[in-house]
Design a protein around this ligand. Structure first.
Ligand SMILES: Nc1ncnc2c1ncn2[C@@H]1O[C@H](COP(=O)(O)OP(=O)(O)OP(=O)(O)O)[C@@H](O)[C@H]1O
Ligand SMILES: [Mg+2]
Length: 479
């Protein structure tokens, strides 16, 4: 398993707590238990070195752990405790083992001394060695199990995410996605590109309306002719009219020469009218004429101009509702709404997020290999509701790539706080946070008072009885 503990804050925390509270070590091994090299104390190390059976015990623990969801507790051949938890990859297969070994659980020191002698042949020091092994009670075991499980889960999140391959092929390769709603869109597109009918694309901002409009043009018979885009909400009415239809010299102040409009530029090709719902009533009339007769009048012009343009319109507003509220002409609505494509929001197609992320990683790493994404980072991206849809996701990936500055892996910590906030605010036991802080305070006070319980309790402002109870509950009591 290509992970190091030092890069993982959550694992480092678990390791520190194990050391501080019970004098135990956290280890990392192969999924089958091989390669285990960390044990908690001299006794366990001695047994491990002198006895090949230690490897057998680790393999047994690994086999037990791979069948369990959380950490398992196993007694090794010498009587020492192994707490182990399997780390799984995105496909659910074990990729490694996190363990803590070397404590003494439900075995008394004399029995342990016997087995040390039996295994290692050491007789004189066996009793002293056994006594030096930390004894663990049920509460300690429960907490160690929690910590080892938490460490294994953190390792899982740090593994590279698996991006499922698309099994579905279609000619619109620029449109990434496999979700049912996307398949619907693509199915519709294959029909739309063959026809000349006007298309209305409806979808929230950033869902890919323009991408679809381009696909309609570039996969259809007009592909070699111009594709012209105009956003109808970007201009004031006069400017928009002159941009769309052109103007004759002198028709208004500043019109110093004849100016061709975008409808003429688009002749023979496709005109993408973005945010058509923002068009004024006056311009709606002019547009209706183009759609009905194929002609329009330039600003200040006297004779109509004829064009052959396919119209693709888009709106994030619902035009039907606008018609009901008299904000959009009904006759124009029926002309525009011949073929309607509804683009799904990203949160309706969460299953496509891994694929889209993979696509954007490649798109924004033009030279060389794109970095991998960790499972934890992907989990955060998938937990966020993406109000800005695919555009927002693409921006997030670009931002992460800048932060990564050429690193081979994008980790959860590189996800912006706005996006990660959605995942971080997911339920997290407050008890853990409070316990860690409390254990710190108690350990520090006992240290300052050199183990004098009453003095430590006075310093902490609690009764000695309460301090003892908390030490017990937090697993801070030594034998
Ligand atoms: N299915 C998809 N596969 C790959 N890239 C996509 C997909 N959908 C959208 N994108 C990308 O996301 C970005 C936003 O898409 P686009 O501009 O088409 O959305 P829009 O609906 O027109 O947004 P806006 O409402 O903000 O104008 C673009 O870079 C586009 O290439
Ligand atoms: Mg757009």
């Amino acid at each position: 398993m290509a992970l190091t503990f030092d890069t993982l804050a959550e694992v480092a925390l678990a390791r520190d707590l194990l050391r501080r509270w019970w004098g135990l070590e956290l280890g990392l091994a192969e999924a089958n238990g091989d390669g285990a090299d960390r044990t908690s104390n001299v006794t366990a190390q001695t047994i491990m070195k002198l006895s090949p059976d230690y490897a057998g015990s680790m393999r047994e623990a690994a086999a037990l752990a791979s069948a369990a969801k959380t950490a398992i507790v196993h007694r090794d051949h010498a009587g020492l405790t192994i707490v182990a938890c399997t780390v799984r990859g995105g496909d659910g297969k074990p990729t490694g083992l996190v363990y803590s070994s070397g404590g003494r659980y439900q075995v008394d020191a004399a029995t342990l001394a016997h087995s040390i002698t039996a295994i290692t042949g050491i007789t004189t020091e066996a009793a002293a060695m056994a006594a030096a092994v930390p004894a663990l009670d049920d509460l300690a075991i429960a907490r160690i199990t929690d910590l080892v499980t938490a460490a294994a889960r953190a390792c899982e999140r740090a593994q590279p995410a698996i991006i499922p391959p698309t099994t579905w092929t279609h000619p619109f390769t620029e449109i990434v996605g496999d979700a049912p709603a996307v398949r619907e869109v693509v199915k519709l597109l294959t029909k739309v590109v063959k026809s000349e009918a006007t298309v209305l694309i409806h979808g929230e901002s950033g869902t890919g309306k323009e991408l679809i409009a381009r696909a309609i043009h570039y996969h259809g018979p007009r592909a070699k002719k111009p594709f012209v885009v105009q956003n109808c909400s970007a201009f004031n009415d006069n400017l928009l009219e002159s941009a769309l239809f052109g103007h004759q010299r002198g028709s208004f102040t500043g019109a110093v020469k004849d100016q061709k409009g975008l409808f003429e530029t688009a002749d023979g090709g496709t005109f993408f009218l973005d945010e058509i719902g923002d068009m004024s009533a006056a311009l709606q009339v002019k547009l209706l004429r183009v759609l009905q007769e194929g002609t329009f009048m330039p600003v200040g012009g006297t004779k109509p101009v004829r064009v052959d343009v396919r119209i693709v319109a888009a709106s994030h507003k619902d035009l039907q509702t606008m018609v009901q509220h008299k904000q959009f002409r009904e006759d124009l609505f029926y002309r525009v709404n011949v073929l309607k494509i509804t683009v799904p929001q990203l949160r309706e197609r969460v299953s496509d997020i891994p694929r889209l992320v993979g696509h954007f990683l490649k798109k924004h790493t033009p030279n060389g290999t794109p970095p991998r994404l960790s499972a934890g980072a992907l989990a955060r991206l998938m937990a966020y509701p993406w109000p800005g849809n695919i555009r927002e996701l693409e921006n997030e990936i670009e931002r992460m790539l800048v932060l990564a500055a050429g690193a081979t892996e994008l980790t959860a910590s590189m996800v912006s706080t706005r996006v990660a906030g959605a995942a971080i605010s997911a339920p997290r036991p407050l008890r853990d946070v409070v316990d860690v802080a409390e254990a710190d305070a108690i350990t520090a006070a006992l240290g300052r008072q050199v183990g004098d319980r009453d003095a430590a309790a006075a310093e902490l402002g609690v009764s000695p009885g309460y301090l003892e109870a908390r030490r017990g509950a937090l697993g801070l009591r030594s034998e």
